[in-house]
Write a protein that binds this ligand. Structure first.
Ligand code: F6R
Length: 234
């Protein structure tokens, strides 16, 4: 696992973009994408760049169950806002949170991942070491599955919705085995709130208590962290 420490968020976006541009230059066909605050500067760099993604495929990590793509809290909406409206891909896949049969949708998504092997996967990390919605305790051999959101996540998300009852109760999310199948992984982390998780991921034991720690076993991972997120590293 290679760790690059950068001064600030804009530097983080530039470094991540350089890795992504190199992968594209070397023939990457499929990018694995994430939502949340961590990749925002990377997406800004992609939008500002000359790179053309119109012949490429993207697959996202996750989507809330029950939200339509038009819902501003959905991950479909986030990706359109930050990237796809400016830089369309030939095909962009996200789990269908409105699928009637969620189990069937998980199976469909696993098939999409099998048909479109990810060349470069962008990840963020949760304060508890989660990757995608794979919370502590998730088996390392998990594939796309439905995850019940914890009470604390539901409460934390309630501020974005009219009422707490509107907050999704679950999400569809790639499993840890799907994430590990990517040829290359770039994990982005900003801010002091991520420092403990970064230390546990890089220096701690490989354990399902810290889902991101499995990345130690992946042959091609680059962690790009700002100084605050890297502050507890030896
Ligand atoms: C995003 C995702 C999450 C986030 C993580 C960090 O698709 O699945 O695992 O990457 O929660 O979130 P931010 O980047 O907002 O700190």
């Amino acid at each position: 696992m290679k760790v690059i420490v950068v001064k600030n968020a804009s530097e983080l976006g530039k470094q991540a973009f350089d890795l992504l541009a190199k992968a594209v230059d070397e023939g990457a066909k499929t990018l694995g994408l994430a939502t949340g605050s961590s990749p925002v500067e990377l997406y800004q760099e992609m939008v500002a760049s000359q790179l053309d993604f119109s012949q490429m495929t993207s697959v996202n990590l996750d989507e809330y169950v029950g939200l339509s793509p038009e819902n501003p809290q959905s991950y479909h909406y986030f990706m359109n806002q930050h990237l796809f409206q400016y830089k369309p891909f030939k095909q962009s896949y996200l789990p269908d949170g409105q699928a009637k049969d969620i189990q069937a949708e998980c199976g469909r998504y696993n098939q999409i991942l099998a048909d479109n092997p990810v060349d470069l996967q962008v990840l963020g990390i949760g304060q508890n070491g989660h990757i995608a919605f794979n919370e502590p305790g998730t088996p390392f051999d998990s594939v796309t599955h439905e995850v019940a959101l914890t009470e604390s996540t539901i409460k934390a998300n309630a501020r974005f919705f009219d009422s707490i009852d509107d907050v999704p109760k679950s999400a569809i999310c790639m499993g840890i085995a799907n994430i590990m199948a990517a040829k290359e992984i770039v994990l982005l982390a900003k801010g002091e709130s991520k420092a403990k998780a970064i230390k546990a991921m890089v220096e701690g034991p490989v354990t399902t208590d810290v889902p991101a720690s499995i990345l130690q076993k992946h042959p091609h991972v680059t962690v790009i962290a700002d100084q605050a997120a890297a502050s507890l590293l030896k």
